[in-house]
Design a protein around this ligand. Structure first.
Ligand code: NAP
Ligand code: ZN
Ligand code: ZN
Length: 369
């Protein structure tokens, strides 16, 4: 619990690992000098939200209000806020605080700060429990608020805050964003479809590697992918051996790495961004034979997130979304668990207001955040 002074926001929370989201009342803090109060208009649903509400990683503190793909407008400003004015179109991703003083923070890599505070299921230095974007408002220190370019719609920009930056950052860092190179994207979900979009924007030849043959046609026609491999089709996979320069693996569940590594050329690189609940196995020989590299990457820092947003504004890169309201959020979570989403659910918060205060959900609580 945090400070008592604050204002009320409506939200949806899961109260236990059954992961059912139900209306919930929050007391958001009053803004400090450096805080921005944001009216949330849209929030994307990331597979991490699903892992968290079901306690898949074993770290969830209940009740949990998920949501870290937040867009909205500035509604109120702390007395010393300098980067924003009322009405600005803004966004918040996975982070809301860090120490500003460690090696990572000094490099603009707040996402690797040992004291980073997640947008939800985390604690601020004053002890308050953070609650995420499945809510009507959020209060965030201005140094963790991103500007949304005028060109980008707030609904299709929301998933950039996690799905977008999570694939953009390793593509840049590991030198994978090279025109003319071949780029494999494993898993065509929220992160995967953003990786395809960035791959195309960087001028790469993009191959999707998927468990879902039914996704092929749209992947080619709508997303413009150059090639589509069904990972369970051994013949197709064998024919594509050693043909891809770089792979990004976005898979949310346990899966075999060897067949994917075998697709890499000599000196090929594969970056894992998916975070399955269970460990993955690797036979070193698949790396040795081909001098291949495997790495991981976690979201991105604030400076790079802004850089990515600006890139998206210039190149018209946005997510393809299915808009929903809170009334169908539990159904959306079930569909996400079955890889049945094209390609990101985004919640319209204004249209959800009545659904977050229905009288028959009268087990509402009041928690500070
Ligand atoms: P998503 O929309 O559910 O997409 C995941 C995709 O993985 C599915 O669409 C499916 O694609 C594939 N897949 C699912 N189960 C599979 C299985 N058993 N075997 C092989 N492929 C399978 O999820 P998302 O929001 O993109 O998130 C993906 C993962 O990244 C999650 O684990 C999430 O927690 C993690 N994540 C990590 C970071 C980070 O910073 N590193 C940030 C955000 C999310 P096909 O149907 O095409 O096979
Ligand atoms: Zn996420
Ligand atoms: Zn730090």
């Amino acid at each position: 619990m945090g400070k008592s002074a604050g204002f009320e926001a409506m939200a949806m929370a899961a109260r236990d690992a059954a992961g059912v989201l139900a209306p919930f009342k929050l007391a958001r803090r009053n803004p400090s000098a450096t805080d921005v109060v944001i009216k949330i208009l849209y929030c994307g649903i990331c597979h991490s939200d699903l892992h968290q509400i079901r306690n898949g990683w074993g770290i969830t503190i209940f009740p949990v209000v998920p949501g870290h793909e937040i867009t909205g407008v500035v509604e109120q400003l702390g007395s010393s806020v300098s980067r924003f004015t009322l009405g600005d179109r803004v966004a918040v991703g996975c982070l809301v605080s860090s120490c500003h003083d460690c090696h990572s923070c000094n490099e603009g890599l707040e996402n690797y700060c040992p004291k980073l505070v997640w947008t939800y299921n985390s604690h601020l230095p004053d002890g308050s429990h953070t609650m995420g974007g499945f809510s009507t408002a959020i209060v965030v220190d201005e140094s963790f608020v991103i500007k949304v370019p005028a060109k980008l719609p707030l609904d299709t920009a929301a998933p950039l805050l996690c799905a977008g930056i999570t694939v953009y950052s390793p593509m840049k860092h590991f030198g994978m964003a090279e025109a003319g190179r071949s780029f494999g994207v494993v898993g065509l979900g929220g992160l995967g479809h953003m990786a395809v979009k960035f791959g195309k924007a960087f001028g790469m030849k993009v191959t999707v590697i998927s468990t879902s043959p039914k996704k092929e046609r749209e992947a080619r026609e709508l997303l413009g992918v150059d090639d589509f491999l069904v990972s369970t089709d051994k013949e197709q996979m064998a024919a594509a051996a050693m043909s891809i320069d770089y792979i990004i693996d976005t898979v949310s569940a346990k899966h075999a790495l060897e067949p994917l590594l075998a697709l890499l050329k000599v000196n090929g690189k594969m970056v894992l961004v998916g975070a399955p609940d269970a460990p993955l196995q690797i036979a070193p020989i698949t790396l040795l034979a081909g001098r291949r590299m495997i790495a991981g990457s976690l979201i991105g820092g604030i400076k790079e997130t802004q850089e990515m947003m600006d890139f998206c504004g210039e190149h018209n890169v946005t997510a393809i979304v299915e808009q929903i309201t809170m009334g169908s959020v539990n159904e959306a979570m079930e569909r996400l668990a079955k890889s049945d989403v094209k390609y990101r659910f985004v919640i319209d918060m204004r249209k959800s207001e009545s659904e977050m205060q229905r009288p028959h959900h009268c087990d509402q609580e009041f928690v500070s955040a």
